[in-house]
Design a protein around this ligand. Structure first.
Ligand code: GDR
Length: 294
């Protein structure tokens, strides 16, 4: 029976990944998102010694881009030092384990190339992007040193399990609450912001496929299309037959100091090498999130 170790197992991605791997017959070990302190080498050493995983999925992180401006030191400690700690400990305690790191489109920030590929230069524009950029380079260095280490360069991915602070879930939960008469307004930041959104379940299937390839490499997992926050609002309010104009309020305090630009991923390599294909469209995803929110 293959075994896997997942950091951040109780998060959106970790929970779906646990289900996927269990269904494939894996023995799954994991650290809950709130409890795992990836910056503590001793705790990690014991966890890896006990689980002796064939595959490690490193998902635990400070994942809020907006919050990273106020929490720069914590973001860097968890996302970068934590990843280095995991790489070093895994190389010692579980040297045959294949490692997937959940990297992010935010490493590209304001990229020279649109859409981005695995070789697009890194150019982050906020502390979150910087922390993921440093960690991505650490994963590449571990691979150059002989470790089976992979960056899954993940663009935005959502699901009914998405945390309430991310914009898709914030909109869906608010539209549902307004439809039930529990609230009347929804405050948002920049609704013209565009992202390349996918279904989280498609993305985690990609993570698994990435560790089954013969040789390690980096992979972009993205839809290759962008939509705006405004598009999310329209689909969500349409699902409950409400006029969004009567409820959505723009709150300038929710704007971010630096927004990345034109983050669109080219998933051609994942398609060609791994046979990865997304199964859910953006519209289907938001409608499903609305159904769950209702
Ligand atoms: P993001 O996701 O920062 O792209 O990071 P988020 O859903 O937080 O923001 C998407 C866009 O929506 C705009 N926006 C708002 N965002 C939030 N959270 N709340 C608001 O009220 C609001 N109004 C407008 C934002 O400015 C932004 O442009 C996600 C995370 O999952 C990261 O961990 C991951 O690495 C990247 O996706 C890829």
């Amino acid at each position: 029976m293959p075994s896997a170790f997942i950091t951040g197992i109780t998060g959106q991605d970790g929970s779906y990944l646990q289900e996927l791997l269990t269904g494939k017959g894996y023995e799954v070990h994991g650290w809950p998102s709130a409890e795992c302190d990836i910056t503590q080498p001793d705790v990690l050493r014991v966890a890896l010694q006990q689980s002796q995983p064939d595959e490690i999925y490193h998902l635990a992180a400070q994942t809020h881009v907006g919050d990273s401006a106020q929490a720069e030191a914590v973001t860097m400690a968890v996302n970068f030092q934590g990843t280095k700690n995991l790489l070093e400990t895994a190389q010692r305690e579980a040297p045959r384990a294949r490692i997937l790191f959940a990297s992010s489109s935010e490493i590209f920030g304001r990229p020279d190339e649109v859409p981005q590929t695995e070789t697009t230069p890194i150019n982050p524009v906020n502390p979150y992007g910087e922390s993921k950029a440093c960690a991505t380079e650490a994963v590449r260095a571990a691979r150059a040193a002989g470790c089976y280490a992979v960056n899954g360069i993940l663009y935005n991915h959502e699901s009914p399990r998405r945390g309430p602070n991310f914009v898709t879930q914030k909109i869906c939960r608010a539209a549902a609450a307004i439809a039930r008469g529990e609230q009347s307004e929804l405050k948002l930041g920049d609704t013209s912001a565009a992202r390349d959104w996918s279904d989280a379940r498609d993305i985690i299937r990609g993570m698994w496929l990435a560790l089954q390839a013969e040789a390690p490499g980096d992979y972009i997992f993205a839809s290759g299309q962008t939509h705006t926050v405004q598009n999310v609002i329209e689909i969500a309010f349409e699902a409950v037959k409400l006029d969004w104009r009567k409820h959505v309020i723009i709150d300038e305090s929710l704007f971010r100091a630096t927004e990345p630009r034109q983050l669109i991923g080219n998933p051609s390599k994942a398609r060609a090498v791994l046979g990865w294909e997304a199964q859910t469209t953006f519209h289907e995803l938001i409608v499903e999130m609305m159904e769950t929110a209702m």
